[in-house]
Structure formats: structure tokens, C-alpha cells
Write a protein that binds this ligand. Structure first.
Ligand SMILES: Nc1nc2c(ncn2[C@@H]2O[C@H](COP(=O)(O)OP(=O)(O)OP(=O)(O)O)[C@@H](O)[C@H]2O)c(=O)[nH]1
Ligand SMILES: [Mg+2]
Length: 455
């Protein structure tokens, strides 16, 4: 799932004050028990009217004490926990029918049904933290979850505050921090999406064997006949705590067979879009021109020589320059070194508590101050890392990406936009600060008046 799709359907709601919400907190699907949040004005009355408790009325029970009851005319057995004055959890059976039954009946009492992400967003201190919480629920490994948990705990927000302070006092340090955060953009992309790793090479070198060895189970067909793998064979796994989509491909050669040719075209496409390419050579045969060409196209590829359990053939000089890793897929030799080399391509692991831009909107953020033409320490306003050429582009000059609807009442927005809007405001603030700092140093910036600031 890409970033946009991931954040789609994650609405940010300015909580209405005139009605309560009902939200299913347990995940979709069938479970033993489901938990519904019922919160906001009128929640206590609605729960009291729907649930007959064995120990009094829902609007009078003590906080945090589970109470057994029967819900609605069908008498669905539930447990009610009062978490606050107008704040309840209703635990019902976890099948779709009882869940829908309870939600429908509560919502019919002038409640609003909202998705859990929206419920969670309303509880997070900032839009960035709300987005981190939603991303956290999609984290595929503990390592990714730890990084997202840091962002939920405020790592990204704190870094932005720090940069804001530094713009005046130490612009070079502000720039360094911006660069540091930007350098983690790719890593941030792969906290909820796996890294794509493609195994490529000539036929019969042992790509499928290596896929199976790295995965720890037999997924792809291994055979001594060259050209065995035709289609792409992908699986999801984790390497050193990172989520990986590992892809086995057809062996590269001049094939006469049309099906094999199609497989080779797929292999080349997979190599082109992979985050990491593992070029697999056969240690018992000298490497060929097709492999050298592939390495030229992807100089960042991890070069590995398979079948190190067999007597080695002499290799052309370019192989040694590629610092190959010797492995035996069959004997499981060298797999740790190969894993380390793959993971090393993902970039340095951020220290605990470091800011990591985990969504597209956040990747725009560390660009308030750019390196201008004015030399060392010069502050300009532009975008770094996006090839903007240091041109002055002030956010205030652009139309607001997500203007709030006019008028009163409930304001419902997509949180992806809510996050963008929040980022937009932060960016604006940082840029403005950078302009002021530049002006204070007597640097003239076209289009900005010394006193009034940006138009
Ligand atoms: N001795 C030894 N044999 C291996 C090793 N890895 C693979 N082989 C053998 O090499 C042959 C080809 O292995 P595959 O994994 O099917 O090779 P491939 O690169 O996927 O081949 P294609 O699908 O044809 O492109 C099989 O007979 C494997 O048993 C290894 O590390 N050592
Ligand atoms: Mg194969």
C-alpha cells in the first residue's frame, strides 16, 4: 500500500460538541469480543437507555468498574466500562452481527459512527502524532513499531521545534538537522511498506535456492535445469527486523522461448524498481558480460557468489571490485553476511528518539531553509533536496491546500489532509522565521518587506 492509500480514509475531525460518537476499536473481522467506544455529550444517557445493567444504570456506575448487562431488545450480553463522565466502553460479542446491532442502535440515538482512526486522532496531541498512531497500527515489525512509537511520543514534533529555535541562533545547525531528518526519508517510507529486494542473475546460479534459504522455507522451485523460474516469485519476510518483499526472478539470458523472454522482461522490471538488487553469481562458473552490465546499471547492487561449498572458478577482475559476499544457499553459509549487506543499503538505523519522516507530508517539512547563493551561513528560503534551485518560494503565496469549510458545525476532513495542513502551517512558520533571520542579518530577499514580512 502506498502512502496515500495508507492515509486515505483516515479522517481528522474537529470533534462536534453536540453529539456523542460510536467507534469500533477492535479490528475488522471476527473475534471473541469487540470493543466499542461511546463518547461525548449524551453518551451516558444513550448507554443507560440501551443497556440493562445487573448493578444499576450506566450513567451512575463507578468509573473503571466492569459491569455486566444486556443490550437492546435482543438482550445481547455486554460488559460496560465507564471511563469518564460521558465516556464508555461497550464490550459485545465479536461477530459482525452483534457489533452492527450495537453500533446501529447507539448511532440511532443521535450518535455518530466514526472509524477508530478518527477516534484515535481526536486523542493525539498533534496531527503528526495522530498520523504516527495510525501508522503504528500498520507497522509490520517490532523495529518499525519502535520508530513509529517514537514519533507518536513526539520525536518529530520536538525536532521541528528545535529547528525553529535554531534558525535564529545557529542556522548552520538548523540546516544540518534538516539534512539529517531528510536523510531518513527513505527509511520512513518503509516503516509500513516493505523494502523490495530482488534476486537477479543468470539461470541456474541459485536465485530460487537463495530465496528459500533467506525465507527459511521452500517457496520457489529449485531445479538443475536452467530456466526453471519463469514468473516473479515474491514473498514477505523480515530481515534483521525490517519488513521485506523478497522477489525471485527468471534467469537472465538470450532465451528463444517466448514465455521465458516474458519472464526475463519481468525480471528486468523487478530489478529496476527494487530498493535493493542482489546480483547472484555462480561461483563454479566465471561471471558473464550480462552480469557485469547489470552491475553497471545498478552499481548499488549487493553482489553475491553462490555455491561456495563447491570448488571455485576464476572470476574476471570486475567481480572482486564489487566486493562479493560468498554464500551457499544449499548449505546456508554466509546468509548473515548477505543479510547485513542488504540491510546496510537501507541506510543507518536512527538512534532512539530520532525524528523520522514517516509520511509524504512530513517529507516536505525539513525544507524551510535552503542553501542560497550567499555562501556560508546564508539563509534563504527554498526547498532543499527537491532540486528547487534555492528559489524563494513562500508557502503563504500558495493557495491553502485544505481550506476549512465555512460556517459552524462539525468539520470533517481527511486526516491525510489534516496532516498536510498542519505540515503546511509548520513549514510556513519555519520559512517565515528563516526570512526574518535573514533580514535581521541585512540580507535582502525579493518580495519581502523588512517590516511587514511576507506579502
Ligand atoms: N552445491 C550447491 N548447489 C546449489 C546451491 N544453490 C543452488 N544449487 C543448485 O543449483 C541448481 C539451480 O538452483 P536454482 O535455485 O533453481 O537456480 P536459479 O538461479 O533459480 O535458476 P533459474 O530459475 O533457472 O534461473 C539446483 O540444482 C540447486 O540445487 C549451492 O549453494 N550449492
Ligand atoms: Mg529459479
Amino acid at each position: 500500500m502506498d502512502d496515500k492509500a495508507a492515509s486515505a480514509g483516515f479522517p481528522f475531525v474537529a470533534m462536534a460538541t453536540d453529539s456523542f460518537i460510536v467507534s469500533r476499536l477492535t479490528p475488522a473481522g471476527r473475534g471473541a469480543v469487540a470493543c466499542l467506544a461511546v463518547e461525548g455529550p449524551g453518551a451516558a444517557a444513550a448507554v443507560a437507555e440501551e443497556v440493562r445493567l445487573s448493578c444499576g444504570r450506566a450513567d451512575t456506575i463507578r468509573l473503571d468498574r466492569p459491569a455486566l448487562g444486556r443490550f437492546g431488545p435482543h438482550g445481547e450480553e455486554v460488559i460496560v466500562v465507564r471511563r469518564g463522565e460521558e465516556q464508555f466502553e461497550v464490550h459485545c460479542h465479536g461477530g459482525p452481527a452483534p457489533i452492527e446491532y450495537c453500533i446501529d442502535r447507539l448511532a440511532a440515538r443521535s450518535g455518530r459512527r466514526i472509524p477508530w482512526e478518527q477516534w484515535a486522532a481526536g486523542r493525539a496531541a498533534t496531527p503528526v502524532r495522530a498520523a504516527a498512531l495510525a501508522a503504528l497500527s500498520r507497522a509490520r515489525t517490532e523495529r518499525c513499531a519502535a520508530i513509529l512509537l517514537d514519533q507518536y511520543s513526539g520525536a518529530f514534533d520536538r525536532a521541528v521545534e528545535h529547528i525553529e529555535q535554531l534558525i535564529d541562533e545557529a542556522p548552520a545547525e538548523a540546516l544540518r538537522l534538516c539534512d539529517e531528518i531528510s536523510s531518513r526519508s527513505n527509511l520512513g517510507r518503509h516503516l509500513v511498506q516493505p523494502w523490495r529486494v530482488a534476486l537477479v542473475g543468470r539461470p541456474n546460479v541459485g536465485k530460487s535456492s537463495l530465496l528459500n534459504a533467506l525465507a527459511g522455507f521452500s517457496r520457489a522451485i529449485v531445479h538443475s535445469a536452467p530456466g526453471t523460474t519463469r514468473d516473479l516469485v515474491a514473498l514477505e519476510t523480515s530481515l534483521d527486523g525490517w519488513p521485506i518483499e523478497l522477489c525471485d526472478t527468471a534467469g537472465l539470458r538470450d532465451a528463444a522461448d517466448a514465455v521465458e523472454q516474458a519472464g526475463i522482461a519481468l525480471a528486468e522490471a523487478a530489478a529496476a524498481k527494487a530498493d535493493v538488487v542482489v546480483l547472484v553469481l555462480d561461483g563454479t562458473r566465471p561471471a558473464a558480460a550480462v552480469e557485469e552490465q547489470l552491475l553497471r546499471r545498478r552499481p548499488d547492487a549487493v553482489c553475491t557468489i553462490n555455491k561456495c561449498d563447491l570448488p571455485a572458478a576464476e572470476q574476471p577482475p570486475w567481480v572482486a571490485k564489487a566486493k562479493p559476499i560468498s554464500v551457499s544457499a544449499q548449505q546456508s553459509i554466509g546468509l548473515d553476511q548477505l543479510t547485513a549487506a542488504i540491510v546496510q543499503r537501507f541506510g543507518p538505523f536512527p538512534p532512539p528518539g530520532a525524528a523520522v519522516p514517516f509520511s509524504e507530508a512530513l517529507r516536505e517539512l525539513p525544507s524551510p531553509v535552503g542553501r542560497g547563493a550567499g555562501g556560508e551561513g546564508f539563509l534563504s528560503v527554498g526547498n532543499i533536496g527537491r532540486g528547487g534551485g534555492g528559489g524563494i518560494q513562500l508557502a503563504a503565496n500558495r493557495p491553502h491546500p485544505n481550506p476549512l469549510p465555512e460556517g459552524e458545525g462539525t468539520c470533517v476532513q481527511d486526516l491525510s489532509d489534516g496532516l498536510s495542513a498542519a505540515c503546511f502551517e509548520i513549514l510556513d512558520r519555519l520559512r517565515l522565521r528563516a526570512i526574518r533571520a535573514a533580514q535581521a542579518r541585512g540580507i535582502h530577499i525579493d518580495g519581502f518587506d523588512q517590516r511587514s514580512g511576507p506579502p
